[in-house]
Design a protein around this ligand. Structure first.
Ligand SMILES: Cc1ncc(COP(=O)(O)O)c(C=O)c1O
Length: 412
């Protein structure tokens, strides 16, 4: 299967009309607060840049499907035909990444975190350990202990350069191998990576896979941010690489990040290891049952009909990334930053400015709500995680507020 490349210049105006960027630009803080999301209500009066949701509304095909479901009383427990629709539409979506995956190995689950919990409970097992490269998506650090699994944080290596566009993150393969050699048999791969925005190359994943094969390690592959890969970066599903990776992977993905539907509760697991499939059918039926029918309907609509809307989202976000890059190379040039290759999240290191707790600082002094980097691992001290998938004018406002606070305090 040939990998589909997204050539933005080839997109016709017609194909982008589903996504109304002028309307997004005109969206005010007040309107977002009135929507009532956690992102915009948890910290009253603040710009919500912490939780990973986009402020871009719903694709029309998703709205229509949800309305139609309600008109036709389709809100009972999830039936088998909808599970199959989720699987086939998810499989078709995976072809964007060149993966011709069999829909029969795709099962519904309420969310990616539930899939992670099942991985910890059924595959890793209490008393064992899991490697999580850091900084990491916060629950990867807090959930393992709920299942008696020991967390091994391994910091990513940051190769910063003079220009923000040229830095890069890489795995510390020596430390990872040492952890495997010491008896750890599980690894969390988050690709594209939240919060550092790294999109892993095939070679990096092959290297990880070969180490995993040497030490009999299973890999939880979180691919929820898969559709967000920019420029030359291409998402490669870990399990799609070869037979070895397919057997190592326990993949979970969802339309929830790309289509703003996390509250509809329908993610997917892709079980390319037949033993996992057998385990799943015996031990994860309650999780399937808890998956929401409305989520299955929204997910299917998104995967089947949302591609054009999503292209509009990608265009919009890349404009925002350009703004983040500009800010980070001018007014915030002392802040550690590497341009994200994917996701809509930036990792900002304020330690060169000697800000101990930048998240609290900006919450109090700038009315900007960011994620405290320490929630992403011990390496996160002095850092924040920023979600920049907001209306462009609000992103400008966000940086103005942050800069003005630092300037007023004589920090910049
Ligand atoms: C990398 C990553 N994985 C998982 C999740 C949570 O997904 P879900 O709501 O499906 O559990 C998020 C949400 O921000 C995320 O960024």
């Amino acid at each position: 299967m040939r990998t589909e490349t997204i050539d933005h210049s080839q997109l016709t105006q017609q194909s982008l009309t589903d996504f109304d960027s002028a309307k997004i630009d005109a969206t005010t803080m007040e309107e977002l607060q009135n929507v009532g999301s956690d992102k915009w209500t948890r910290y009253a009066g603040c710009i919500g840049a912490f939780i990973a949701e986009m402020d871009y509304g719903l694709a029309p095909c998703v709205t229509n499907a949800i309305k139609e479901a309600s008109d036709h009383n389709r809100l009972g427990y999830i039936p088998d035909p909808w599970k199959k629709r989720v699987a086939s539409s998810c499989a078709a979506w995976q072809q964007r990444y060149g993966w011709d995956v069999n829909p029969a190995c795709i099962r519904p689950v309420p969310d990616v975190l539930e899939a992670f919990e099942i991985f910890l409970r059924e595959i890793v097992g209490s008393g064992n350990s899991v490697v999580v490269p850091t900084p990491a998506y916060m629950p990867f650090l807090s959930v393992p202990q709920l299942y008696g699994v020991k967390l091994l944080e391994i910091p990513m290596i940051r190769e910063a350069t003079e220009t923000v566009t040229e830095g890069a993150w890489s795995f510390d393969f020596d430390a990872i191998e040492q952890a495997f050699a010491d008896g750890c048999h599980a690894f969390v791969l988050c690709n594209p990576h939240n919060p550092i925005g790294k999109v892993l190359t095939r070679d990096e994943m092959l290297k990880l896979s070969d180490l995993a094969a040497k030490y009999d390690v299973r890999i939880f592959s979180d691919e929820i941010h898969a559709p967000f890969a920019y420029g030359q970066n291409r998402h490669v599903p870990f399990a799609s690489i070869n037979g070895q990776t397919a057997m190592q992977a326990f993949t979970s993905t969802s339309a929830s990040k790309s289509f703003n539907i996390p509250g509809t509760k329908c993610a997917q697991v892709i079980l390319t290891n037949p033993n996992d499939y057998e385990m799943w059918m015996q031990r994860a039926q309650w999780s399937e049952h808890q998956t929401a029918t409305i989520g299955a309907i929204a997910t299917t609509a998104a995967y089947e009909g949302g591609a054009a809307w999503f292209e509009g989202v990608l265009h919009y976000i890349q404009r925002n990334i350009a703004l983040v890059n500009t800010e980070m190379s001018t007014r915030f040039s002392h802040v550690g930053y590497i341009k994200p290759e994917g996701t809509y999240i930036a990792w900002l290191d304020f330690s060169p400015l000697h800000l101990d707790d930048p998240a609290s600082y900006f919450l109090k002094k700038a009315n900007v709500a960011l994620t405290d980097g320490r929630e992403c691992g011990t390496v996160g001290a002095g850092c924040v995680r920023m979600n920049f998938a907001m209306p462009y004018p609000l992103l400008e406002e966000c940086f103005n507020r942050m800069f003005n606070a630092l300037h007023a305090d004589g920090i910049i």
